[in-house]
Design a protein around this ligand. Structure first.
Ligand code: PLP
Length: 354
């Protein structure tokens, strides 16, 4: 057949959907969305669905503007931050020079670069899985960095992000802040100082709305407008009315989300300390997941053991340096207690039979 496109797609964590599983493989939030979201859902007028959704998403942009104290023309809204990222790749990465990103990061960056035929260069993380700031000074056609990075969970201080922005003023620097609410410091304060900065946010992780599919970009209005023109050339109504309405309700309930985020961070730190007592080490996470390893336990059989006990975590066998790691999303305190007991039991059994 002529004209067919072959591409290696992004493969997300599995979505098993039978009851009583502990699902810790896609960094979803274990807590429900804000009660205000539920209320907005109940009050949503179904008649509204007769009409096309908003083309400028001004309700959500205004709500986000108040939250971030920026004018509404700093925002681009999309159907999940994955879509926003795709629009930004198309809008900003059109140079013949390669875009740069770490070799271990969100797997989708490479998929989009391939899909859109953008030249790219993957820069190796250090042995400690850190991003080397100086690597990002070489000739490039743009940069994308997840901060905190995934699946490492490590956060790069804002001063280093600023350094990267400073030496790359001729290109767009995308900072993907999918996990920023779990302990990092947002680069939002740098948006007015560095027009080359585009920040990507999502409602999927800290706002417990992965199924709603809403994400956004924050940046200089001039460049946001260019990304808007990509959206308008592709699917101008990509955010449906119900999604926009509920995302506004979520944006307006900061206190609820502060509470659940704090709980998740506490559970994360408790879990990391607890499993350390039976030999697991975790990278210092500023996210809602931990990248864990054990000096005497192989990840693959442990992954299958957890799965056999209906606990789903993420294993990356194709990434050589992560072969002996597991990425575990942080669930409720109760779920993590169950997981820690399973890990304790497995470790005890495995180590006495060696
Ligand atoms: C989860 C995630 C996304 C995608 O989020 P959606 O808004 O659900 O599409 C983007 N970037 C990173 C680093 C993520 O972990």
């Amino acid at each position: 057949m002529k004209g067919l496109r072959k591409i290696t797609p992004y493969v997300p964590g599995r979505q098993p959907n039978y009851p009583d599983i502990i699902k810790l493989n896609t960094n979803e939030n274990p807590y429900p969305p804000s009660p205000k979201v539920e209320k907005a859902l109940r009050n949503f007028d179904v008649e509204q669905l007769k009409s096309y959704s908003s083309i400028d998403n001004s309700l959500l942009k205004n709500a986000l503007g108040s939250k971030h104290t920026l004018s509404s023309d700093h925002f681009l809204i999309g159907n999940g931050s994955d879509e926003v990222l795709a629009f930004c790749f198309l809008a900003f990465f059109n140079s013949a020079d390669p875009i740069l990103f770490p070799d271990i990061t969100y797997g989708f960056y490479k998929v989009w670069a391939d899909l859109f035929q953008i030249p790219y260069k993957e820069l190796p993380l250090t042995a400690n899985f850190e991003i080397t700031t100086d690597d990002y000074t070489q000739l490039n056609g743009g940069l994308i960095i997840a901060n905190p990075n995934a699946p490492t969970g490590l956060f790069k201080p804002l001063s280093e992000i600023e350094q990267i922005l400073n030496v790359n003023q001729e290109v767009i620097v995308i900072v993907d802040e999918a996990y920023i609410d779990f302990g990092g410091q947002s680069a939002c304060s740098l948006v007015d100082k560095y027009p080359n900065l585009i920040i990507i946010r999502t409602f999927s992780k800290s706002s417990s709305l992965a199924g709603l599919r809403v994400g956004y970009a924050i940046g200089n209005p001039e460049y946001i407008k260019i990304a808007e023109s990509i959206k308008s050339s592709f699917n101008p109504y990509s955010v449906d009315s119900l999604a926009e309405n509920l995302a506004v309700a979520a944006t307006e309930d900061e206190s609820y989300y502060l509470d659940i985020t704090k709980q998740i961070c506490e559970t994360r730190d408790w879990f990391s300390e607890t499993i350390a007592t039976f030999g697991f080490t975790s990278l210092e996470s500023k996210t809602n997941f931990l990248l864990v390893t054990h000096p005497k336990i192989s990840s693959e059989p442990l992954y299958h053991y957890l799965e056999a006990h209906d606990v789903f975590v993420r294993y990356f066998p194709k990434i050589e340096r992560l072969k002996n790691y597991l990425r575990i999303s942080i669930g409720t305190q109760e779920e993590m207690e169950t997981v820690s007991q399973l890990l304790r039991h497995y470790t005890k059994t495995a180590l006495t039979t060696i």
